[in-house]
Design a protein. Structure first.
Length: 242
């Protein structure tokens, strides 16, 4: 059941989908594929090298969010095992859509991918890349949720040295995205996710994102919290993008 690749989907409400896609295209420096799907709702952010791991979706309704695609050889078998581990199956469209025990949507897909893209090097010599999906979990659901993701991925995991509220899942070598579970201060509520960038120069990367329309929400010792122009939260971290 362990995924051989992980992709992140940036799902946007229909009224500002194009603005959101434009920002993430500019921020990553990736091209945007031709749209696909029955309603042309899906597209891929295509890196200049390696296989893609960031995709976009125009939702029919609902707020902006991030969901995960877990790439496996047999989505149906993986979904059945995930349900045993505590997931709720939502729909089988050949790819299987599920929700974690706390409600985070994810999919099992079988799209092939093997080559992690390199970090993007900027004109000032700094480098950056989206490197992690952070799963934000209210306190009441935290123990159930991290055990679920441990069973689902089979990845090694540990409490972070930065904060006891963080549990780091170490992606196998060559994976584009790691996972981090963050225990929130709130007692209850839905589980959700955001993207974490790694950068070799957080101050310079912050200025680059501000110029593209992002806003800084908070600055911490090891990361900076921003929102994109449509209000989707993400972080720039000191994690190695390479």
């Amino acid at each position: 059941m362990s995924p051989f690749w992980v992709s992140a989907f940036l799902d946007s409400a229909p009224e500002h989908h194009q603005e959101g896609v434009g920002f993430w295209q500019a921020a990553t420096g990736y091209a945007v594929s031709a749209p696909r799907g029955d309603g042309a709702e899906f597209a891929t952010l295509v890196p200049p090298d390696g296989d893609d791991f960031l995709r976009v979706q125009r939702l029919r309704q609902g707020p902006d969010r991030v969901h995960l695609d877990l790439h496996v050889t047999d989505p149906r078998a993986a979904a059945d095992a995930a349900v045993v581990a505590g997931a709720v199956e939502l729909v089988d469209r050949g790819y299987v859509v599920l929700a974690s025990p706390g409600g985070l949507v994810f999919c099992f897909v079988d799209h092939p991918a093997t080559h992690r893209p390199a970090a993007t090097t900027h004109a000032d010599g700094s480098a950056s890349r989206v490197r992690q999906v952070a799963i934000d979990v209210p306190r009441a659901a935290y123990d159930v949720e991290w055990r679920f993701w441990a069973a689902l991925t089979g990845w090694e995991h540990r409490v972070s040295t930065i904060s006891e509220a963080f549990r780091v899942f170490d992606a196998p070598e060559g994976q584009p995205l790691g996972l981090l579970l963050q225990r929130l201060g709130e007692d209850d509520g839905p589980v959700r996710a955001h993207l974490d960038w790694g950068t070799t120069d957080r101050a310079a990367e912050t200025e680059r994102h501000l110029a593209l329309g992002a806003r800084v929400l908070a600055v911490h010792s090891h990361w900076t919290v921003l929102s994109d122009p449509v209000g989707r939260t993400y972080c720039l971290t000191d994690g190695d993008p390479r």
